[in-house]
Ligand binder design. Structure first.
Ligand code: XMP
Length: 428
């Protein structure tokens, strides 16, 4: 391992992730661990140069006072960070950053060796050590996380990785083609491409309840992946695009499930794989930086979030093929026009929705009776709350013109002005 490490012990602070990010921004790798990991637990971690006890306003978790125990056996510097409470926030932040910088560089003598290149070479080494001469199967959705896992694994083990790309028919325009082009052709991955559009749309026919739709898409996805993976022989490992926020959240918070999100968890128990999760210690922006360094195209690495059920939750109610097509085309126009207007990367998430009702209009001097298309564009930090992005009027007008003139079945364009809450970002 090339990188020095600072261990943050969670003593009830809500700011662990922020502290880890601050330290990494200073060029030093850091990980968050539970308060009771103990000296032995810390010794088992590679290259630890110092420990920070990160306390909250008081060191109480679930009503019980906590401490980190005796760490003197480690013989490395230990720093206690507590919130002062009284000091103004900005002052506290800058004091804190200075104290942390002094601690990691002066006391712990850390080197600034946390960077993408070192991460990649360390991971390649770790992946080879974990996998040996074994084989890995990976569900490659084309999203940032699974794409970066695939690129890392290709570098580490080449053709002993097999990627399975399930096209559920609810992907955006051009996405399955890009996965085949980038992974199948450019990176030369072993890629199994399954066009399951008919199967998914068949299962979804007539289903209009949002949670029922999500459940069908999620379960069918797992079943299909399982079917394909069972055809392969001798695969002991399963690649996963788990990232650090997933781990921090599941370890420290009891997040309420507002909507059932799906990934490849939920595989049957006799489906016995060892997990390979090379991104599990990275924040999203770090994942993107690794992807860019591995040569993945910008529109894959910097793409906006896209839900697992895909266009299925934007084609509201019971999905029909013609409305799904109108949705895919309108979404492609929206993304194209946002690119032209320089809004890509500036607006956090934007997409269209085509609801299951119609209104009257005129098209080509004739009465039309068609669907509206709703534009949703939001900014957010953590997707828990979101505000509506201000999009220049002329951009909206151009998009409206193009969608109403180029997309069959659409005669109106609406702009969703609702922040979250009270709306969610998606429509279902
Ligand atoms: P909502 O609609 O709950 O969305 O405000 C918050 C963020 O999560 C994304 N989202 C999902 N992502 N699987 C995912 O991987 C899902 O089922 C899912 N549902 C919503 C949504 O696009 C937004 O960025």
């Amino acid at each position: 391992m090339k990188q020095d490490m600072i261990v943050i012990l969670d003593l009830g602070s809500e700011e662990n992730a922020r502290l880890a990010r601050e330290i990494r921004a200073l060029g030093v790798y850091s990980e968050i661990h539970p308060h009771d990991i103990g000296a032995e637990g810390i010794k088992a971690l590679p290259n630890v140069k110092g420990v920070i006890l990160n306390g909250g306003k008081n060191r109480i978790v679930d009503g019980v006072e906590i401490d980190a125990g005796d760490l003197s056996a480690l013989n490395i510097p230990v720093l206690s960070v507590d919130h002062k409470g009284a000091a103004p926030w900005a002052e506290e932040m800058s004091d804190r950053l200075n104290a942390i910088s002094d601690f990691i560089f002066d006391s712990c003598k850390c080197e600034k060796n946390w960077n993408v290149e070192n991460f990649i070479s360390d991971q390649v080494e770790l992946l080879r050590a974990q996998i040996g001469d074994g084989k890995v199967v990976l569900a490659l959705s084309g999203g940032v996380d699974s794409s970066v896992v695939a690129a890392l694994l290709i570098k580490a083990i080449g053709d002993r990785l097999t990627c399975i790309h399930v096209n559920h028919g609810l992907l955006r325009k051009g996405e399955p083609e890009q996965v085949v082009e980038v992974f199948g052709k450019q990176l030369g991955a072993e890629l199994i491409y399954v066009d399951a559009t008919e199967r998914f749309l068949g299962k979804l026919e007539g289903v209009d309840e949002p949670e029922a739709k999500r459940k069908i898409i999620g379960e069918e996805f797992i079943r299909l992946f399982e079917e394909e993976a069972r055809k392969l022989q001798g695969y002991a490992f399963l690649g996963q695009g788990t990232i650090y926020p997933d781990i921090i959240e599941s370890g420290t918070k009891t997040a309420k499930v507002v909507k059932s999100h799906h990934n490849v968890g939920g595989l049957p128990e006799d489906f016995d794989f060892e997990l390979v999760e090379p991104l599990k210690m990275l924040f999203k922006d770090e994942v993107r930086a690794v992807g860019a360094a591995l040569g993945l195209p910008d529109n894959m690495v910097y793409r906006q979030p896209f839900p697992g059920p895909g266009l299925g939750v934007r084609c509201t109610g019971a999905i029909t093929r013609d409305r799904l097509e109108a949705l895919r085309e309108s979404d492609a126009i929206l993304r194209e026009e946002f690119d032209i207007a320089g809004l890509r990367g500036k607006v956090w998430q934007y997409f269209t929705v085509v609801p299951d009702f119609k209104s009257t209009g005129v098209k080509d001097n004739q009465r039309s009776y068609d669907w509206p298309c709703i534009i949703r564009a939001v900014n957010t930090v953590d997707a828990m709350t979101a505000e509506v992005a201000q999009i220049p009027w002329d951009v909206l007008q151009k998009i409206t013109y193009r969608i109403t003139h180029e997309v069959d079945g659409i005669n109106r364009v609406l702009f969703d002005l609702t922040p979250k809450p009270t709306g969610t970002i998606e429509w279902e």
